[in-house]
Ligand binder design. Structure first.
Ligand code: CA2
Length: 146
């Protein structure tokens, strides 16, 4: 049976493709998720998606992800501020990958610090929307023991 991966997106990522295309690209979150679903299927993973602008809802979703085999998270602005999301991720024993569309180290200094990196298996940033696909490959390798 295919391994289940939860893909969580944080605040404002519902605006992808609708504003600031120079930074975040032209694809909408729906486009990205559709593409990821078929890519995941191709590499033998089963993905589900969650997006929220609300910190507590993201914490709830992370807690429920214990039933999944892995988690990919773009916590967006909460990456830089949320101890609650860090604590929720810390309590999960499944593989976790942090993703960012932009290269956070090329941007404002306040984006250089991620509170959640300390608890994830790996971080992928700066590859545009391909960051998500690379994260799927990364988590697949971890789950396959490579
Ligand atoms: O590069 C990333 O993926 C970020 O996680 C995106 C966050 C930002 O706060 C992080 O520092 C880096 C912002 C997401 C906002 O998304 C928008 C998309 C379209 C239009 C406006 C905002």
């Amino acid at each position: 049976m295919s391994k289940k991966i939860e893909i969580i997106n944080g605040p404002n990522l519902n605006l992808l493709g609708k504003r600031e295309p120079d930074i975040y690209g032209k694809s909408t979150l729906e486009d990205i998720n559709k593409d990821l679903s078929s890519y995941a299927k191709k590499i033998g993973l089963d993905v589900s998606f969650f997006q929220s602008n609300i910190e507590g809802e993201i914490v709830n979703q992370i807690q429920q992800s214990e039933k999944s085999d892995g988690i990919i998270i773009n916590a967006a602005a909460f990456t830089h501020t949320s101890v609650a999301i860090l604590d929720a991720l810390k309590s999960l024993s499944i593989p976790k990958i942090e993703v960012h569309i932009s290269n956070i180290y090329k941007r404002e200094e306040f984006r250089h610090k991620s509170l959640i990196s300390q608890t994830v298996n790996g971080v992928i940033c700066g590859f545009g929307i391909n960051s998500y696909k690379l994260a799927l490959e990364g988590i697949k390798n971890i789950l396959d023991g490579n």
